[in-house]
Design a protein around this ligand. Structure first.
Ligand SMILES: Cc1cc2nc3c(=O)[nH]c(=O)nc-3n(C[C@H](O)[C@H](O)[C@H](O)COP(=O)(O)O)c2cc1C
Length: 168
């Protein structure tokens, strides 16, 4: 199973990156940073089809079986970068329907990264509901946290168990 982590942090080498790399070690998967991409907000007139979203979603639809969203907790919810990416998935329902069809039957998982160990209530609901709507199988989620330069053993354990669960 080929997997990709879609990292939605506002810094490429921050805490979400640390946990994404730890997950990558177990899954041997690719990581992309949404911060490196030029992805505009959803546009009802679709006047942003020359940005990076169309090529990125097509690559994901063509090459990967498991899509893992790794988002920091920003104001109790997913990061803006992650949310804009989700909004743009609407393009695949309206104008790039062939890409939307290819997303069906894939798997999705999600990971949150905060400062504290308590997961945010309801954080994963939009991921789960969006997967259901898109015909994607939602295979699970974990909350992680980073308080120092290195990852806690507890967080490493949670990530290892998650990797084993979602790659089945
Ligand atoms: C804009 C912003 C909003 C944040 N909001 C929350 C929050 O609501 N709850 C929380 O526990 N942590 C919050 N934090 C802390 C981050 O979730 C935490 O430091 C996270 O590990 C940062 O990951 P990053 O380095 O990938 O950005 C916030 C941080 C930022 C920059």
């Amino acid at each position: 199973m080929k997997a990709i982590i879609i990292q939605g942090s506002s810094r490429n080498n921050g805490n979400t990156h640390k946990v994404s790399v730890e997950l990558q070690k177990h899954l041997n998967c690719d990581i992309i940073n949404l911060k490196d991409k030029n992805i505009g907000h959803y546009d009802y007139e679709y006047n942003n089809q020359d940005d990076d979203f169309p090529a990125l979603i097509e690559k994901i639809a063509n090459e990967y079986d498991l899509i893992i969203f790794a988002s920091p907790v920003y104001w109790y919810t997913m990061s803006g970068l992650t949310k804009v990416f989700f909004d743009r998935i609407s393009d695949t329902i309206r104008i790039s329907k062939d890409v939307g069809r290819k997303l069906r039957g894939k798997k999705m998982a999600a990971l949150s990264c905060g400062y504290g160990s308590d997961a945010i209530e309801g954080f994963f609901l939009p991921f789960q509901k969006s997967a259901d709507y898109l015909g994607i199988e939602y295979v699970g989620n974990i909350h992680t946290w980073v308080q120092t330069d290195s990852l806690d053993d507890e967080v490493k354990g949670i990530i290892k168990e998650f990797a084993e669960r979602i790659k089945e």
